[in-house]
Design a protein around this ligand. Structure first.
Ligand code: SAH
Length: 338
């Protein structure tokens, strides 16, 4: 499950006593050091070797929203490609990191800016972990910590399944970053084989979210071309199996776009799909990416009321970081954009 670079990391400890690797992991994931020189429990020669062969410095350009609750980091990878990661600081002290799983995305959903840059490549396990470490180090300086990790950044996590799960395992590992499984969420367009089906088999208590966005296949296919391969019924069948196996709740994300999917009729059709135990709907307002418009809040309220009146559980997503283009669907990793 470990990626090549982590295997290399462990190899560096082959000739060391067993406890050295544990000390190094503690320094990296718990003390959140930025450079091996800071790991003073390790002998100087080992620190120097680690710095040379497995450096841990992470450099990024950051953008802070006006209300200071959202910080976006633009990270440059070793092949000079760029990805974006977002920290959202909630009022109740939760700190959520929104991580990317791919550079770009191949799915080309009409409303999402990431799709417009095309697909470049999958991220490696360590490139996913680093996004979290970057903000964990930042938060530590102000006496806070990462409380939640969501795979809702650039890319489709289930098209990079092995590396996403590999990263989660390290971040969840007691000897690694040690964040409880329930604090992770994966959002997917609804990849069934090699995605929802695979996750149901893992013994991991993480959260699953499905980007639904439309209550019928005709509209969903227009918004999300992948719907032709994974239409709504196929996804819901896989989700039902997942729920049977895991007994976990599943979130359905529904982004409200003006005059596209926000009518009473749409809400009523959605009710018919969503009225099931352990299903719940997360309403998201559309963040401007060019083509569509967001619905007025009165329309969103009405939509929500229809769902609730018919017994569907609904939550609403707070919109973070729109002014720095860090909100859902706005991540494109263009340097110097702002
Ligand atoms: N590919 C995965 C992970 C990305 S998650 C997925 O689609 O689920 C990003 C979430 O933001 C998804 O629910 C996505 O549909 C949504 N999103 C994309 N563009 C958006 C926009 N312009 N406004 C609001 N949400 C958007």
């Amino acid at each position: 499950m470990f990626s090549m670079d982590l295997i290399q990391f462990q190899r560096l400890f082959n000739k060391e006593p067993r406890y050295r690797l544990e000390q190094a992991k503690k320094a990296l994931f718990h003390d959140l050091i930025q450079n091996w020189q800071e790991a003073v429990v390790l002998p100087l020669s080992l620190r120097e070797e680690l710095n040379k062969k497995w450096p841990i410095e992470i450099s990024a350009k950051t953008f802070v929203s006006k209300d200071r609750n959202t910080i976006k980091a633009l990270l440059t990878l070793k092949d000079d490609l760029k990805i974006e990661t977002v920290l959202m600081r909630h009022k109740d002290k939760r700190n959520t990191i929104c991580v990317s799983s791919q550079v770009g995305c191949s799915l080309n959903c009409s409303f999402c800016a990431t799709g417009k840059m095309g697909f470049k490549r999958n991220l490696e396990v360590w490139e996913i972990v680093e996004q979290v470490l970057f903000f964990a180090r930042y938060l530590k300086k102000i006496g806070e910590r990462v409380t939640n990790i969501v795979f809702m950044g650039m890319g489709e996590p289930f098209l990079n399944y092995q590396n996403v799960i590999g990263a989660i395992k390290i971040l969840n590992d007691k000897e690694g970053f040690n964040l409880g499984a329930r604090h992770f969420s994966i959002s997917t367009v609804g990849i069934v084989d090699g995605g929802i089906e695979e996750l149901a088999k893992e013994e991991l208590q993480i959260n699953l979210a499905i980007s639904l966005h439309a209550p019928n296949d005709e509209l969903r296919s227009k918004l999300m071309p992948i719907n032709k391969k994974y239409p709504i019924k196929k996804i819901l069948n896989a989700v039902d199996d997942y729920i049977k196996k895991t007994r976990r709740r599943v979130m359905f994300e529904y982004m409200i776009i003006k005059n596209v999917n926000d009518s009473e009729e749409h809400a009523k059709t959605l009710v018919r799909l969503m009225k099931k135990p352990l299903y719940f709907v997360n309403l998201i307002s559309y963040n401007p990416t060019g083509i569509f418009k967001s619905s007025p809040s009165s329309r969103i309220k009405k939509f929500k009321e229809i769902l609730e009146k018919d017994g569907v559980t609904v939550t609403q997503r707070y919109r973070f970081g729109e002014d720095i283009e860090a909100a859902c669907g706005q991540l494109v990793a263009k340097d110097g954009r702002k």
